[in-house]
Design a protein around this ligand. Structure first.
Ligand code: G4P
Length: 527
């Protein structure tokens, strides 16, 4: 068996987050090119749903096929094994992204230089912060006119609440973009648009006082750069690794992903500073990656696109020890032993069966319906990893069976789609009616379509006027009982039998919270 410590030290597992169109897919592709995992540009298909297609759920199905291949992309760079976990940018799939971020150890945040910090970026950074994932910021599209670099740093600090530390700095922008100065290595790399340059062909200037700088970039840009660098060196401290790891400091890089400029600067720094697999919390205790015994959890489930093959792929993040093929492991929730003859690893878009995998790695397990998101596998210890919550949905509809002959199929289909995390199902206490809750409206169409295609069941929806579903609990049993009795028409159970309060309005929810201080209303299931 390979040396566990050494393997852990090599792993860097991260996610790239951005508002759609900031350049996440393009950046991913350039990183894979550096790692030699792909040979040409265009090999990574964007898994985003184009704006004009937001109501076209067939498009989603197509994207679903693509996104198996791009769920995890692994490559090697400078002796490190880098695992990139793909995160959907579309806001209707935000919950998928939140869950994927439970499986990373750090994140790269991509920002469009012209648009600055956008809404989705703010939300995703908030989730990374909750996960305590350290972040590196990449400001993209410097080949276009955009905001002033200093202003952008202020915006990032203000809106994303990150303490920034610029490690590269642009020389010009848009038409006048000439390169980036690497503050980390104190080198200037000059930009040649659309050239297929490898980094070693780039002109590098080691000393900014060298008069050759004027010759190369012109007097104005040379002076500006010298001034900027002087200010930056005065204002910003040296890179403090510990502060970065604690999420207290975020290095910032500037570049143009599509032109492959400024990407290598970031990657070189990333492989050096990004954390190796970190300890993970379970309900019972902290799990160190170096523990000999294997543990892991499922953060994503992907159904087969072919309705004739109902199998699914469960994505398992390995948290400690060594995962081995064909070895019996305990599925803690089911209290069942399971072994996996064909665990799959994802090297770029290629899948291959692996014999063993290490902390930080993601393996795909073929599953015939045993897993749901958040499930834990161990060598026998009864553990449950924390922090894989369901979030309070924002869109609700009653779901009814449209074909009485297919009630069973509907129940099974709904059950499995909920396990996959497509949406959440609540059953009202009083009427027994079922309500589907989602983060985005698209999921309703997806569910209907997949129920028909994969389970031969059909459903209809009916509007229901709800604002939020909150999980409720209290230490005061009497109060809880009385509350449930009084508000029975607004009480439901989630799929795991947890009690949920269905609030019709923000105002109503606020009143409830005020009137029942002994009852805790949670906006996520993991409390
Ligand atoms: P996303 O995954 O974050 O949604 O973004 P994606 O990489 O798909 O990039 C969105 C658009 O921005 C793409 O253009 C892409 O080519 C462009 N882009 C990415 N990086 C840069 C950059 O550094 N400079 C400039 N000028 N553009 C960049 P598109 O027209 O939507 O798609 P495509 O037809 O070019 O693929």
């Amino acid at each position: 068996m390979a040396n566990l410590l050494e393997e852990i030290g090599k792993r860097k597992t991260f996610g790239i987050v951005s508002h759609p169109d900031a350049g996440k897919t393009t950046l991913t592709e350039k990183l894979l090119l550096f790692g030699g995992a792909i040979q040409e540009a265009g090999a990574v298909k964007s898994n985003k749903i184009k704006k004009h297609a937001t109501s076209d759920f067939m498009e989603i199905e197509k994207q679903r096929g693509i996104s198996v291949a791009t769920s995890v992309m692994a490559f090697e760079y400078r002796d490190k094994q880098i695992n990139i976990l793909d995160t959907p940018g579309h806001k209707d799939f935000a919950e998928d992204t939140y869950r994927t971020l439970t499986a990373v150890d750090s994140a790269i945040v991509v920002i469009d230089v012209a648009k600055g910090v956008e809404m989705q970026t703010e939300k995703l950074v908030e989730v990374c912060r909750m996960r305590k994932a350290p972040m590196i910021v990449f400001i993209n599209k410097l080949d276009r006119e955009g905001k002033d670099a200093f202003d952008l740093l202020d915006e990032v600090e203000e809106k994303l609440k990150l303490n920034v530390l610029p490690l590269s700095w642009p020389v010009g922008m848009g038409q006048t973009f000439q390169g980036v100065y690497n503050l980390y290595e104190k080198k200037l790399n000059l930009f040649r648009p659309h050239s297929k340059q490898q980094q070693d062909e780039v002109t590098v200037i080691e000393n900014l006082d060298d008069p050759i700088l004027e010759e190369l970039v012109g007097e104005k840009a040379a002076n500006e750069l010298r001034e900027d660098v002087e200010v930056l060196t005065e204002v910003y401290p040296e890179l403090d690794q510990e502060a970065y790891e604690n999420g207290e400091l975020s290095p910032v890089f500037f570049g143009s992903a599509v032109n492959n400029f400024g990407v290598k600067e970031m990657l070189d720094c990333f492989v050096e500073i990004a954390p190796s697999p970190l300890p993970r919390e379970t309900e019972q205790r902290m799990i160190e990656p170096t523990e000999k015994k294997f543990t892991g959890f499922v953060f994503k489930i992907h159904a087969n696109m072919d309705p004739k093959h109902r199998d699914r792929i469960a994505f398992l993040r390995i948290c400690s020890g060594v995962f081995q093929r064909n070895t019996n492991y305990l599925h803690v929730r089911n209290e069942k032993k399971m072994k996996f003859p064909n665990p799959t690893a994802f090297m770029a878009s290629k899948k291959s069966v692996v014999d063993e995998a290490f902390p930080g790695d993601i393996v795909g397990l073929y599953d015939s319906g045993n897993f749901k998101i958040g499930d834990t596998l161990t060598e026998g210890e009864k553990l449950q990893f924390k922090g894989i919550p369901s979030f309070s949905p924002e869109q609700f509809r009653y779901v009814d069976n449209a074909n009485p002959m297919k009630a069973k199929q509907l129940a099974k289909g709904l059950d499995q789609l909920m396990d996959e995390g497509v949406a959440q199902l609540f059953t009202k206490e009083e009427s027994g009616r079922k309500i589907i809750g989602t983060v985005g409206a698209l999921q309703f169409e997806v569910i209907q379509y997949r129920l028909e295609g994969e389970y031969g069941a059909s459903c209809t929806y009916e509007p229901v006027n709800l604002y939020k579903a909150c999980w409720i609990e209290s230490e005061n049993e009497e109060e809880m009982k009385a509350f449930i009795k009084r508000r029975r028409k607004d009480i439901a159970k989630d799929k795991d039998g947890k009690l949920v309060y269905l609030a019709e309005s923000a105002w109503g929810l606020k009143m409830m919270q005020e009137n029942h201080p002994d009852i805790n209303f949670h906006f996520q299931s993991d409390f």
